[in-house]
Ligand binder design. Structure first.
Ligand code: CTP
Ligand code: MG
Length: 667
């Protein structure tokens, strides 16, 4: 009878559903595809800009700072006699050549100075000689700055566009979940803890958002960046690039290995979060019972266990990342060492320019960032995938009542209602109603009495189709209610439950329940009929008093009166009343009884009566015991019969003489 609230259902998941999940998410992006497309374009531009940065550095070094033979074209000669040719067409440089005749060698190409000799000149003269280089470095620094600024700007636009789409998708997903949950049948909610559903629509959706933005960034930025860097490295010095790439297989293997480990841990973390939330909400909801029964310690212990499991899983995650991150760093360092060793040798042997080496080092650093990010992204991805799994699990729960195949017959007024051999069980095998049959015609009142747990509330729940009976059928005007438009039936009905639920909001909103065209006179009439006038006058802001969640800020008697007012406001043809069992002072009780009598006047009513006075005036009384109707008839007939009803009656009379709470539901 008790389920594990679906936790194990979640544990069972976890095969590689990732691709399938992404495919299911895809339709949600439909309204935002243009934004996504723009974001991707921007990402590509940004990546190109970022790729250009080390290249600009390389150009500055090879062209101007330490001019390279091949690149600058101004350096000629073998390794020992490399000459930097001066542009003697300019007067100040021609003057320099004349000033340092021993340093400058003149040949057919013009006057040149050995790179090593440049430092022998005076500082100001060096500046003059290398004027062009200084200007060139300045120009490239400017380009560098422009690229950085452009990168910054594009990044901002990209994030905004991407977020617009991401937030939009989440917004839609949340709406879909909400309307889906709202449409599920009542039996689903019997099994699902509130906190779990709340986690679904908040945390899990938030995780999807991260998935959405980071996966796209990952695919289009990191992968692109990695291939871009690899291509640049290969093109500027393929030998050096290949040496670095020998590390890649190890890194890929390590990333995959860790990813797999992380996935398991994430699943555990998610389940534990959900369980912790459930315990929290249960503790808060049941705080009175916990404090009254001094259950704090036991409850604390239960929470300690949960919290510890959560902690363990969290630590496991930290451990894995604690090894993984430094390992990637280690590889990065090894790769750098390789570059410095082989690249440095290349520079010394003049095979590689200094600019290439510097660029290589920068690219290597850039190369490892996405790899390290891959792990982080994978982290997010896993998190989001388990959220997605759970969201779709919920969206796939199609626990609804069957709707009629044909166009439902429009319900006119309710003429008669019949239960025909209705059997019901909430859990297979545990019958709650057995072969219940009765009939009621318009204007009549039927009272159902019986001990607690007899199935009285269940009968009412079936009539309003919160559940469908296991066998037998319920007919309204001869039509099976499963073939009727249940919304029509419900709109014809007012249900006053045993423990009326009021929403947080004003008293007025609670009474009118969304009915906008509700005049003030009508409201007054409703309050009058429901005996609520004095209650409303007592409230600080009258009809506009704000009620707390569940209406817990007013007494249960007042809640009942308000729920009767709510029933009046609907002006229904059928009243279903589940009388409250709680004790109410005699004055309030009289007010409630009066209001109820007025409500049932000229209406069809099925009432679950706990107080004898309510049952007495009914046209027909059904005595329900362990799910079966054991007696029926009006008050006089049943009293005459001296059966179960008579016994209940005697019992109640005795207890009210003793001054105890009235009630005939004692078994
Ligand atoms: N029940 C159940 N699952 C539910 C509601 C009820 O299994 N979601 C079971 C209860 O355990 C009970 C039986 O159904 O044994 C009948 O419940 P109900 O119709 O609510 O009993 P009432 O006659 O309304 O009892 P009371 O007078 O206490 O309101
Ligand atoms: Mg009940």
């Amino acid at each position: 009878m008790f389920s594990d609230y679906g936790y194990s259902e979640e544990k069972k998941l976890g095969k590689a559903y990732d691709f399938r999940l992404l495919k299911r998410l895809w339709p949600f992006t439909r309204p935002y595809r243009i934004h996504l497309f723009c974001a991707v374009l921007l990402i590509i531009c940004i990546t190109l800009l970022e790729l250009a940065l080390p290249y600009v550095t390389k150009m500055a070094i090879d062209r101007h700072i330490v001019p390279d033979r091949e690149i600058s074209g101004r350096i000629v000669g073998d390794e020992k006699n490399r000459l930097l040719y001066a542009d003697t067409s300019r007067k100040e440089i021609a003057d320099l050549v004349r000033k340092y005749p021993s340093l400058f060698h003149t040949d057919s190409r013009g006057s040149g100075i050995a790179l090593a000799d440049v430092s022998k000149m005076e500082m100001t003269d060096i500046m003059v000689l290398r004027q062009k280089d200084i200007a060139g470095v300045g120009f490239l620094a400017g380009i560098f700055l422009i690229i950085v600024l452009l990168d910054f700007g594009l990044n901002f636009v990209q994030v905004m566009v991407m977020e617009y789409a991401g937030q939009g998708v989440m917004h839609d997903l949340r709406m879909k979940l909400f309307s889906h949950i709202q449409g599920l049948s009542v039996s689903f909610f019997n099994r699902s803890p509130v906190a779990r559903l709340v986690t679904r629509t908040t945390n899990d959706v938030q995780n999807m958002h991260e998935l959405f933005t980071s996966v796209i960034v990952f695919v289009f930025k990191d992968v692109f960046l990695l291939t871009g860097i690899a291509a640049v490295l290969l093109s500027i010095r393929w030998q050096l690039a290949l040496i670095c790439f020998t590390l890649l297989p190890f890194m890929i293997w390590i990333s995959l290995y860790f990813s797999r480990q992380v996935r398991e841990i994430f699943r555990t973390l998610r389940i534990k979060t959900s369980e912790i939330n459930t315990r929290f909400s249960e503790t808060i909801g049941g705080i009175k019972v916990i404090q009254l029964f001094r259950q704090e310690k036991a409850n604390y212990k239960k929470f300690t266990v949960l919290n510890h499991e959560f902690y363990e899983a969290g630590m496991g995650q930290i451990r894995i990342f604690g090894i993984f991150m430094p390992m990637i760093e280690l590889f990065n360092a090894v790769a750098l060492a390789l570059v410095i060793y082989y690249g440095g040798r290349g520079v010394l042997s003049e095979e590689v320019s200094l600019g290439v080496l510097v660029a290589f080092i920068s690219y290597m650093r850039m190369f490892f960032n996405p790899i390290r990010d891959i792990a982080e992204k994978y982290n997010i991805l896993q998190n989001a995938m388990s959220s997605a799994e759970r969201i779709f699990l919920l969206l796939d729960t199609d626990e609804r009542l069957s709707s009629p195949e044909k166009e439902p017959r429009l319900l006119q007024n309710i003429e008669h209602i019949a239960f025909e051999n209705v059997c019901h069980a909430y859990v297979k095998g545990e019958t709650v109603l057995r072969d219940v049959s009765f009939r009621i015609t318009a204007g009549e009142t039927v009272a159902i009495v019986g001990p607690t747990g007899a199935g009285k509330t269940s009968a009412i729940n079936l009539l309003i189709r919160f559940y469908d009976p296991v066998s037998g059928c319920i007919r309204i005007n001869g039509q099976d209610i499963r073939e009727l438009d249940i919304a029509r039936v419900r709109s014809e009905t007012a249900l006053v439950t045993q423990d009326p639920f009021l929403f947080s909001g004003t008293v007025r909103d609670n009474i009118v329940q969304g009915n906008r065209d509700f005049s003030e006179e009508k409201m007054m009439e409703v309050l009058e009929n429901a005996n609520c006038r004095s209650l409303i006058e007592k409230l600080p802001d009258g009809l506009d008093t704000l009620l707390s969640e569940g209406g817990s800020s007013i007494s249960s008697g007042e809640r009942q009166l308000l729920s009767i007012a709510r029933a009046f406001a609907r002006d229904p043809g059928l009243i279903l009343l589940d009388e409250a069992t709680s004790y109410i002072d005699s004055e309030t009780e009289v007010r409630i009884q009066e209001a109820l009598a007025r409500l049932m006047e000229n209406r069809t009513a099925i009432i679950v009566a706990h107080r004898l006075s309510t049952a007495r005036s009914a046209d027909k009384i059904l005595v329900l015991r362990q799910g079966s109707i054991i007696e029926s008839g009006n008050h006089a007939q049943l009293m005459e019969k001296r059966g179960f009803y008579y016994k209940l009656h005697q019992l109640q009379n005795r207890s009210s003489e003793d001054g105890a709470a009235p009630g005939i539901s004692v078994s």
